[in-house]
Design a protein around this ligand. Structure first.
Ligand SMILES: [Zn+2]
Length: 135
């Protein structure tokens, strides 16, 4: 049963919307907190990674579980209507992701994908990113 008033519902929708960019912001804060200076949203790097270390050729992507098809519950969910549309969309996203990572690696970049759901555990992500940057 839906017990929300219209105003409450609109508040909640706003919250959901403003969450769209949150994973990227969280990761940036986290990387800066590790004491690294990084460039964000570099359109001049293939795939426009969320975070790039140009000189050290390292790129970090934050992937939304739903759009980029993580193996977690959010990433295996397929909307009930227009299934064919969604399957096609998802497979294009996954193909593009793979090809971006492959191209970057071929050009000598090291890449890291951080999944949206992983950001729930900031410590774990910090370790992962720290290892990646020092490897
Ligand atoms: Zn996930």
């Amino acid at each position: 049963m839906d017990t929300l008033t219209a105003a409450e519902r609109s508040e909640r929708m706003k919250l959901i919307k403003s969450r769209d960019t949150r994973p990227e912001l969280m990761l940036r804060r986290l990387v800066r907190g590790l004491g690294h200076r990084c460039k964000t949203n570099r359109r001049d790097v293939i795939g426009s990674p969320d975070i790039a270390f140009i000189r050290r050729k390292r790129a970090i992507f934050v992937h939304g579980c739903f759009w980029h098809r993580h193996s977690c519950p959010a990433g295996i969910r397929i909307p009930k209507s227009r299934k064919a549309f969604w399957r096609d969309k998802f497979s294009k996203n996954v193909r593009r992701d793979r090809s971006v990572l492959k191209t970057l690696r071929r050009l000598g970049w090291k890449t890291l994908v951080v999944w949206e759901c992983e950001l729930r555990n900031a410590e774990k992500v910090k370790n992962k990113v720290g290892k990646f940057l020092h490897a």
